[in-house]
Unconditional design. Structure first.
Length: 921
């Protein structure tokens, strides 16, 4: 047999290369440098219209206040929610925002007037990018005084553009509901006494944080809205309001249930309230719908500035009513000219000339001219001609704006092809190597390596010459070269494997039991569903039905099998048959209890926003306590702890978790524990460490007492790891999800028990012995991953675990904790399987395969079970690239799948390292 280390190195190399290929693919699919391509110099305002001289309108409002309330969705700003603002706004408009519905891309849209790239969502987490040109830059050039208070993201985007600024120290620290907003209002109070500024930007974060932590039904939201309404009232009553324009809007909305980042109606629509003194249109009931990118050009016109060069938005007519008719037409003409210019650059002169919007432009211009002539010669403003011209300008602007938005999606086909080729080759290579258990690495030596490099360089040169790759720069050349080298190397490998295959001509014949085929087909069905957007949106349902039906089928088959095997004896003795029936019925009953429980769990997360309300606190506490009790029971029944002492320590840990939640006010408690959340948490971590130490000591002393085989120690170590993981998950999970931890263990052990019956004698000695158990592990792991509330939208990423015990934003710790919580079901299931294998190999050491070989097989198959769907998904992405939902549904899923492979890499790394450490005899 092959040595374990070879397989492990081979797998490591496969996973790394796959991640490399997938990264290249995604870079091609979501290009970062769209902005650079689209950047242009701002045109000056037009001076004439076909010979008629024009004068730009002058600025009407001396001061503008832009008040942004993070995650203020459209229905929040209602008559009941924000009464004063609602009743006193001159216009109440509805803005549609673009995806991704996260803060930074939305701020870019607001200030530049262009839609953002999908990859911004990734940058939003690290927030690094600065903008090149925007409204803020224009104001800086004009030496206007601008003031900012609120979310730090603005300062990342505009580090030098604001004259004075006060930024929240931690925008990502979601547990702050009031402190940050209080600071913003303080700055506002101070600035209202100054009147030197031209623009004041206020960005309130509290509402967004309440949404993230407590959900959209939280009782704190109406209070927060009232607080925001009071800020508007304060501004309205200020001394200089007569020369000010106040705009109240949100950067993005909020999903039903809390977060944002997806594309539901709640997230996509925000209000835009315009408040000023003496408005004529107060209280109009109709809410016209505009796009968020329309705000930037409109503000530019209001401030009598150049339209930002990247802007592709239209003007919002309601905001221009203060201008006289001539000035309004000037504004529409200027924006139309700007958009025509952009369309010319983007689509070419021919396309533009033949398009309908050129004709509208000519019509609008001639009406505009006629209006000006009549006004200047007869001093008569013809409202009819004005409307005619305005309508045509607006229509053409809308049309071009839509076309430009659509065309901003640009794919880099060179990188897509390369990435796809590399990932496909990796998967092929891994699959072929999986089937043939021979040597897996073929090329050695410097000469081979150098010739490979030279060959790759030639291909690279050739591709660049033909224009398949458009990238320049050392970094990208190295990346492309490496990718080509890896592909060529593995192609040779594949050819070699195939050749050996043909020469050896040993037929691959494995007879697998039926239920393995059944479980395999479950995975296949799931892979097929990836082709449909609605299946991706509701992937939790797919896993729920696949998992539950697999469980039921396993139960029924096991029942049938036992009946058959007892049939012969039972024919003789009626009483025996009765006993067998009774025993099996009991077993079946347990299975159905488990399946029924699963359905309840499935509903539980849907009701989570209901459960977190104050009125249901007792219920939540009961569920939480039940979860903790189940966990303790689970430690006993699965023999994860060996002595009473250990169990006692873990019980204390569970109690500390309850105290921690109680001190946060989530569950009810007898004592007032509001003060000591931090201390409780410190004690908890100490207890966990002590528990780990004690378990290790007990394990080693036990080992010395009785002469043991090697794997008892290994199994013991993995059991300790598993127990620690379970305990930490209890802390990280939302209170109503804590039951899942123990439930997952019960479900897995039931599955293994059922699978154990089907291990045929032929399978007992082969690699495939644990295949059915592995398949169950994958199914159950995925099922619980979705039960926990995860989905394929960014909106459901639960950020709270990242801040447990944290007082500031530390990206690495937050990342680790959030990932651990998100993928906990899969981690636990995987670790449980390995522990199970190690333990079984102790109990019966008669067969010829060692536990290590089984584990290698399991890891290999597990890797393949993730690789294949991801690869198929990447291909699907290429075919669906013009699909309507590509950015709202398919793209987030792609990033999820990519992250899944990275998580696989770390799972693999951790498992291999622990096997290596503990496996020393
Ligand atoms: Zn936001
Ligand atoms: Zn947010």
């Amino acid at each position: 047999m092959e040595k374990s280390s070879t397989i492990r190195y081979f797998l490591m190399w496969m996973i790394v290369t796959f991640i490399f290929g997938a990264s290249i693919f995604l870079t091609g699919f979501f290009p970062i440098n769209n902005y650079a391509l689209d950047r242009a110099v701002a045109e000056n305002q037009p001076k004439d219209l076909d010979g008629l001289s024009l004068t730009p309108p002058t600025q009407i409002y001396a001061q503008t206040i832009l008040m942004l309330v993070d995650a203020l969705r459209f229905d929040f700003a209602s008559q009941s929610g924000m009464e004063f603002s609602y009743n006193n706004s001159c216009n109440r408009l509805k803005l549609r925002v673009n995806i991704p519905t996260v803060t930074m891309p939305r701020l870019k849209s607001l200030t530049t007037g262009t839609i953002s790239n999908f990859i911004d969502i990734v940058l939003n987490i690290g927030h690094v990018e600065q903008l090149a040109d925007s409204l803020m830059h224009r104001l800086q050039v004009r030496n206007e005084i601008t003031v900012f208070a609120g979310d730090r993201t603005w300062i990342s985007l505009f580090p030098k553009q604001f004259t004075r600024f006060t930024a929240n120290s931690d925008s990502f620290y979601v547990n702050d509901f009031y402190e940050g907003d209080k600071n913003v209002t303080e700055v506002l109070t101070k600035e209202l006494l100054n009147d030197d500024w031209m623009l004041l930007v206020l960005h309130y974060l509290g509402l967004d944080h309440i949404g993230h932590v407590e959900g959209s039904d939280s009782s704190k939201i109406p209070l927060k809205l009232k607080e925001m309404d009071d800020v508007v009232l304060k501004l309205y009553k200020a001394k200089h309001f007569h020369r000010q324009l106040l705009i109240l809007t949100g950067d993005h909305g909020m999903r039903d249930g809390g977060g944002h980042g997806g594309s539901t109606a709640g997230e996509l629509y925000v209000p835009l309230f315009v408040l000023k003194e003496n408005c004529t249109t107060k209280g109009s009931s109709k809410a016209n719908e505009y796009n968020q990118i329309d705000v930037a050009p409109t503000l530019a016109i209001l401030w009598s500035m150049e339209i930002p060069p990247m802007s592709i938005g239209c003007l919002i007519p309601e905001l221009l009513h203060e201008f006289n008719l001539e000035d309004q037409l000037f504004a529409y003409y200027y924006n139309a000219l700007h958009l025509m210019q952009k369309a010319n650059n983007k689509f070419g002169q021919d396309y533009v000339d033949n398009n309908a919007f050129s004709k509208w432009f000519i019509t609008a211009k001639s009406a505009h001219k006629q209006f000006l002539l009549e006004k200047r010669n007869n001093n008569f403003e013809n409202a009819f001609i004005f409307e005619d011209s305005k309508i045509h300008y607006i229509r053409l602007a809308r049309e071009i704006s839509n076309q430009l938005s659509d065309s901003l999606v640009q794919f880099d086909y060179g990188l897509i092809t390369l990435g796809l080729a590399l990932t496909t080759i990796v998967v092929l290579n891994a699959l072929l190597a999986f089937c043939s258990a021979t040597d897996r690495v073929f090329i050695h030596g410097k000469v081979a390596f150098l010739s490979l490099l030279a060959f790759a360089a030639c291909i690279n040169k050739w591709c660049h010459y033909h224009g398949y790759f458009t990238t320049t720069g050392t970094m990208s050349t190295v990346v492309i070269l490496l990718a080509i080298m890896a592909s060529v190397y593995m192609l040779i490998n594949i050819a070699n494997l195939l050749l050996r295959r043909m020469l050896a001509s040993n037929n691959l014949q494995i007879s697998l039991p039926n239920q393995i085929w059944m479980l395999l087909s479950c995975l296949l069905i799931h892979t097929l569903t990836l082709a449909s957007s609605s299946f991706i949106e509701n992937e939790n349902k797919t896993w729920h039905y696949l998992g539950a039906s697999a469980l039921i089928l396993l139960c029924v088959q096991s029942f049938q099998k036992e009946l058959l095997s007892y049939k012969l004896d039972a024919c003789i003795n009626g009483v025996a048959l009765y006993k067998v029936l009774l025993r099996n019925l009991q077993k079946l009953q347990t299975s159905f209890v488990i399946i029924g429980g699963l359905s309840i769990l499935y509903r539980l997360d849907g009701a989570s926003s209901y459960l977190t309300q104050e009125a249901t606190k007792t219920w939540l506490s009961c569920i939480f306590v039940a979860g903790l009790l189940l966990y303790v029971l689970c430690l006993r029944t699965h023999k994860l702890v060996q002595t009473r002492k250990e169990l006692g320590i873990y019980v204390i840990a569970a109690m500390l978790i309850y105290c921690y939640r109680a001190s946060k006010g989530v569950v009810s408690s007898v004592f007032d524990t509001n003060c000591c959340a931090k201390i409780v948490l410190h004690i908890f971590w100490m207890v966990v460490i002590i528990a780990a130490c004690i378990s290790t000591v007990i394990l080693y002393t036990k080992r010395r007492l009785s002469y043991q085989i090697q794997h008892t120690l290994l199994a013991g170590c993995f059991k300790i790891l598993l127990t620690l993981l379970l305990t930490i998950c209890l802390l990280l999970h939302k209170p109503h999800n804590v039951c899942l931890v123990a439930y997952l263990m019960y479900t897995l052990s039931l599955c293994y028990e059922l699978c154990g019956k089907f291990e045929k004698n032929t399978l007992r000695t082969s690699n495939y012995k644990y295949l059915s158990k592995l398949l169950c592990t994958i199914l159950v792991g995925n099922m619980f991953y979705f039960y926990q509330g995860n989905s394929n939208s960014f909106a459901t990423i639960d950020l709270n675990p990242g801040y447990i015990g944290q007082t500031s934003y530390n990206p690495i710790i937050v990342g680790i904790l959030v990932t651990l919580n998100m993928y906990s079901a899969q981690f636990i299931a995987f670790l449980y399987l390995i522990t199970h294998i190690l333990q079984e190999s102790d109990n019966n050491k008669t067969h010829d395969l060692s536990a290590n070989e089984h584990i290698d097989f399991i890891i290999y198959f597990y890797t393949l079970s993730i690789f294949v769907p991801v690869l198929i998904y990447l291909w699907l992405l290429l075919f669906f690239r013009y699909h309507l939902f590509i950015y709202s549904v398919f793209a987030p899923k792609a990033l999820y799948e990519f992250y899944r492979v990275i998580v696989l890499f770390f799972t693999y790394l951790m498992t291999t390292i622990s096997l290596y450490i503990f496996d020393q005899k």
